[in-house]
Every structure is written in C-alpha cells, then in structure tokens.
Design a protein around this ligand. Structure first.
Ligand code: FMN
Length: 423
C-alpha cells in the first residue's frame, strides 16, 4: 500500500508565536522568519515586557501580520472577542522564549495580558508548546519547576531549555534551544495534530523510550592521512534522532564522521571506524528499547593500516588488500533481547525488496527501511528519501508499506510511527 503523507506540515498552518520579556527574545525573530518561509501564517503576540527586547515593527514586518500586545487595543476588536476568535482558528501556539513570570501565570491561570489570555483560552486539542528561557537559578527555582510540571500535567509541551553559555556569561541550563530544535518540535506537533487519534496515541509511545540510533558513514584508515568511506551524509539518522527527541524519546546517537550538528538534548557518541561503531553500539545496546541502525558502515577496510603517509613516489601503483568489516546489524541481532531492532537497506530498485526481506530475516531485525541508490529522491546526501518499510510477521510473511518521496524529517516520523506499532 502506498502511504500518502504530506510533504510540508507547515504549509497553510496558523501559528501563534508568543514572545515574553527574556533576553532570548531576539531569537524569536528568526523563528517567525523561518515559519513564514515554510508557508505558515504567523500571529505574533508580545507581552508588554517583551516590547523592551523586540519591537512590534519587527515582528509585524517579518510575520506580515499585525502584532498583538494590548488585550484591549480597539483595532483587534472587530470579530467579537478577538482572543477566542484567534485560538479557534490557530493550529498551534508556541511561546518562545517563555519567561519564568509567564510560565507561572499560565500555570496558575492569571490572564492579565493578551499572551497569557490566549494560552489559557487555547482549546485542548491545539498544541501549546512552551520554551522556557532564563538564568539557571531562575529555571531551577522551586516555583518555576513546579509551574513547568503543572503545565506538563495540563497537556502543554515543555521544550527543555538547553545547557550552555547564558547571556549573563554564566554557564548552565536555561538557554532557549536553537532554531532547528524549535522547528522540530513545531513540525512534530503539527504532524501529531494532523493524524488520527489512534495514530497519535501510537506515535506518542515513543515518549520516554530509550532509543539508540546510528548515523553517517564510517571511515576506514588506509594510512594516517587517507581513508575509505562512502557518500552517507548522516541526514537520515540525524532526522530520526531529532524527531525522536521532539517526541520525548531519550536518544543516544552514535555518529560516524558527519558535518551535521544536532542541538537536541541527547547523548552524542562520535566514532570514526566500523570497529569503533560496533563497540559504541554494543556498549549502549542493552540500555535501549529501540535500536535504529541508519548508519552506512563501510563493508571493507584495509587489511593493513599503514602508519605515516604512503609515498606516491615509491611505486607506480598501490594495491590495497581489503577485508570485511564486522557485520554490526547481525551482531546486534544476535545479542538482541527485547529490543525493537531496525535496519536500513540501500538497494537497487529491481532487487531491493528481495534483498531487504533477506536482510530482515537473516539479521534478526524487526523492521527494515529500504531505500534506493538508483532513484532521484532517495538514499544518500539529499534532503528527501523514498522509503519502503518491511516488517517481520513470520518466516514466510511480512508487512510492506511503500511511501512517496518525502523530506527526511517526515520519513523519520513515518519510520517512528512504524516502530511504535511494534512496541
Ligand atoms: C535585561 C533583562 C533580561 C531578562 N531576561 C529574562 C529571561 O531570559 N528569562 C526570564 O524569565 N526573565 C527575564 N527577565 C525578567 C523578565 O523580563 C520579567 O520577569 C518580566 O516581568 C517578564 O514579564 P513577561 O513574562 O510578562 O514578559 C529579564 C529582565 C531583564 C531586565
């Protein structure tokens, strides 16, 4: 069956972006800009304090909409109670950055400005994303923690503040997460809002699960300056890691050399060779309920790794003897206990299904994501992938779902939905 999944969940969505009096407010201008670029309609709402940090002129200009600050501004009052009208037409509200003060007001229902009133009036089926940003001591304060917990219990999504250098020059937890993280959360919750209640409940099973993901290529040393590798960029694995984090999974990402960065709150283990990747995955394996092998491990490695630099002048040709690298997926399949084990197969279209089915059985996997090196929007490097998901049923039976080409971030959601069905 071909799964028809939307190509861009932002397109045409109405998103309220709330901004509060935090030094991180300038970052919300980039958020508005990016949401508009992705096709969303943005309604900026500022607390009076926020106007000390960013101007209404900037938020209106970037969103191409008016900015709401004053609850009682006469110009908004044309459609009855403007706040009720707005919350009933919007698809998602995000408050980024959310100050300690606003966090407390929403948790306690104190509707004394336009932003808090909107957050309180938001229907329960519309996602409310809150990205607290403040100094570490403010974030760790008992009242702030209690308010964050209350909001979580009330169904809001708290985007965990990042750790790092704060505007005060101090180091700690409390930074507003970087733009890609905020966008991942928005994408995830727009996606969840779009699917049926059953699918949503299924996908949310990812929350709280320990998930081990491998990504990127490996590099196999020839000498101290050269290596054998492949064209894997790591984009697919990083996209799965990002989506799993925004669904509330506890992610460990074992990454081969990749120029990608990931800002989510996860454990990142960097490796270079296939042997290092095997060791890192084995070290982490038993702690995880879901293991996704999306890395492109080199199949061969030089038998002898020369030290120094092999000199070009010494001979007319260089013969490398290659030996097989460890079969990491098989090894994980062998030590598997209760984990859901997911492999990737990069194949030629004509024989892809056959080979993926063989891999699924031989390597004791529960699910194989088949993608193709001979198709336009599939495989290494690009931002899109075309996947087919095979799930083990019995020795002679499997479930197959074919997907249309999608951005890798949406492929990631589809893969996580398929995995969640096995939990
Ligand atoms: C320069 C400056 C930076 C501030 N940064 C933050 C911040 O990052 N997080 C925070 O919770 N409060 C911060 N505050 C304090 C808030 O602005 C203050 O608590 C205000 O009442 C918040 O109001 P609001 O939530 O209605 O926007 C800052 C204050 C100043 C003067």
């Amino acid at each position: 069956m071909v799964q028809n999944t939307r190509k861009n969940v932002f397109e045409g969505k109405k998103i309220v972006v709330g901004i509060t009096g935090s030094i991180a407010a300038y970052k919300s201008l980039f958020l508005i800009r990016e949401l508009v670029r992705k096709g969303a309609e943005v309604f900026p709402v500022l607390t009076p304090s926020a106007t000390n940090f960013v101007t209404e002129l900037a938020t209106s200009n970037l969103s191409r909409n008016s900015t709401i600050v004053d609850m009682f501004d006469k110009s908004y009052q044309s459609k009855g109670a403007w706040h009720i009208d707005l919350v009933h037409q919007c698809d998602l509200m995000i408050i980024a950055p959310c100050s300690a003060a606003t966090l407390g007001k929403i948790a306690n229902g104190i509707c004394d400005n336009a932003l808090v009133t909107l957050a309180i009036a938001l229907p329960r089926n519309v996602p409310l994303l809150i990205a607290p940003a403040m100094d570490t001591s403010m974030w760790e304060n008992t009242a702030t923690q209690r308010n964050a917990k209350t909001l979580l219990e009330q169904g809001a999504v708290i985007i965990p503040p990042a750790k790092g250098e704060l505007s005060s020059g101090l180091y700690g937890e409390g930074r507003l997460p970087e733009l890609p993280v905020l966008l991942d959360y928005i994408q995830t919750y727009l996606y969840l809002a779009e699917i049926s209640t059953e699918r949503k409940a299924n996908l949310l099973k990812i929350k709280g699960k320990n998930i081990l993901i491998s990504a990127g290529p490996t590099q196999e040393k020839i000498d101290d300056v050269r290596f054998i590798s492949n064209f894997s960029s790591g984009k697919m694995g990083y996209a799965i890691a990002s989506s799993a984090c925004s669904l509330g999974g506890n992610v460990t990402l074992v990454s081969g050399p990749s120029c990608l960065t990931i800002e989510h709150n996860l454990k990142l283990v960097k490796v270079v060779s296939s042997n290092e990747m095997l060791q890192a995955l084995k070290d982490e394996f038993l702690e995880n309920q879901i293991v996704i092998m999306s890395s492109a491990v080199a199949d061969f490695t030089p038998k002898i790794k020369s030290s120094g630099k092999i000199k070009k002048e010494k001979s007319e040709e260089l013969v490398l003897n290659l030996i097989k690298t460890p079969d990491i997926l098989s090894e994980l399949g062998r030590i598997k206990k209760n984990q859901v084990l997911v492999g990737f197969a990069l194949e030629e279209s004509s024989e892809g299904l056959f080979n993926a089915w063989k891999k699924l059985k031989q390597k004791n996997c529960d699910l194989i994501v088949l993608n193709y090196f001979d198709r336009e929007q599939s495989g290494f490097a690009g931002d899109f992938n075309t996947i087919t998901v095979l799930k083990f049923k019995s020795e002679n039976e499997m479930n197959i779902n074919y997907y249309e080409p999608m951005e890798k971030s949406l492929c990631a959601m589809a893969i996580l939905e398929e995995i969640a069905e096995l939990l």
